[in-house]
Design a protein around this ligand. Structure first.
Ligand SMILES: [Zn+2]
Length: 302
């Protein structure tokens, strides 16, 4: 369905461009050969008007938020999930590559006061370490200006970390005591409200999604895919939700391999995360690793 809609939009856009070109050509010909142009212009105008008539109703019928939600509900309401977890089919956990590259991902989960680890982000900027930032809507609302700065910095790729930071379930499963979404409609809201929010702020629609708590069921993952996003988790748990001390964080870097995806948090400034990451990143640089955004290896995510 999505592909069809995209195809329709592309077709219509292309059609409009062609029509404009045709009109310009006709106008030019009108100056050089009036008689010949009269016939052509009539044909051209006829085509133009006919397509205009088609364009408007189809553009109006492009799916609204509610229409897309209805489509999701109809498509997935009778599906029963069979698995629940972090590392399930359809959720990316690593980059399939022999290149000595590491993807650092940082979640920004909540908006309680003082939830921006500027020491961490400043370090990444100073050392020019690229990263993918999974941002929750509550953090965006709290740190609008900082969010815009991060999104404007090509060092960072912005990804979607949900609207209410819920585990992504179609049956209300919970993780770490946090209740998940209850049904396909809530899955849609959780993913798509933040997708729209990020797109409004940045002008760019994220390619990657990570649920709050990183838990999913397999139907929720299908909904994420249906919305054109890839669910991404990790194969190296870098800070265990901010509970690791510096030594524990540094030791996670020792398990790095080609294509590892690390999960850290950028919303816990009063933790050891920044000091651990600073030391760990330097360790991997010394070992010859480069750091990449997920999008640079989009075709190799698995
Ligand atoms: Zn989170």
């Amino acid at each position: 369905m999505k592909l069809i809609l995209v195809a329709i939009i592309i077709f219509l856009s292309a059609g409009c461009a062609d029509d404009n070109d045709a009109s310009k050509t006709d106008t030019k010909e009108e100056l050089t050969d009036h008689e010949k142009n009269t016939d052509q212009k009539q044909v051209s105008d006829h085509t133009y008007n006919e397509e205009q008539v088609e364009v408007e109703p189809i553009e109006e019928s492009a799916p609204s938020y509610e229409q897309l939600k209805k489509t999701i509900v109809e498509k997935f309401e009778n599906n029963t999930p069979t698995v629940w977890g972090e590392n399930i089919d359809g959720v990316v956990t690593e980059i399939d590559t022999d290149d000595k590259v590491i993807a650092l991902t940082f979640d920004a989960c909540d908006s309680t006061p003082d939830t921006y680890d500027e020491d961490l982000i400043d370090f990444l900027i100073e050392e020019q370490i690229p990263a993918t930032l999974f941002i929750n809507a509550r953090w965006i609302e709290e740190y609008k200006d900082d969010f815009t700065d991060l999104a404007d910095n090509p060092l960072f790729e912005i990804a979607n970390h949900g609207y209410d930071h819920k585990p992504l379930s179609v049956t209300g499963e919970s993780a770490y005591g946090i209740s998940g979404t209850e049904n396909p409609a809530e899955v849609f809201d959780e993913v798509y409200k933040n997708q729209q929010l990020i797109t409004e702020h940045t002008g760019k629609s994220p390619d990657y999604f990570r649920s709050g708590t990183a838990y999913y069921d397999n139907i929720a993952v299908k909904i994420v895919e249906f919305l054109g996003l890839t669910a991404v988790n990790y194969n190296v748990l870098g800070d265990a939700g901010g509970t690791f001390n510096k030594d524990q964080i540094v030791s996670t870097f020792e398990s790095a391999q080609e294509g590892s995806i690390f999960l850290f948090h950028m919303n816990k400034p009063n933790s050891d995360i920044s000091s651990g990451v600073i030391e760990g990143v330097q360790m991997l640089i010394d070992k010859g690793y480069d750091f990449v955004q997920l999008g640079e290896y989009d075709d190799h995510l698995k």
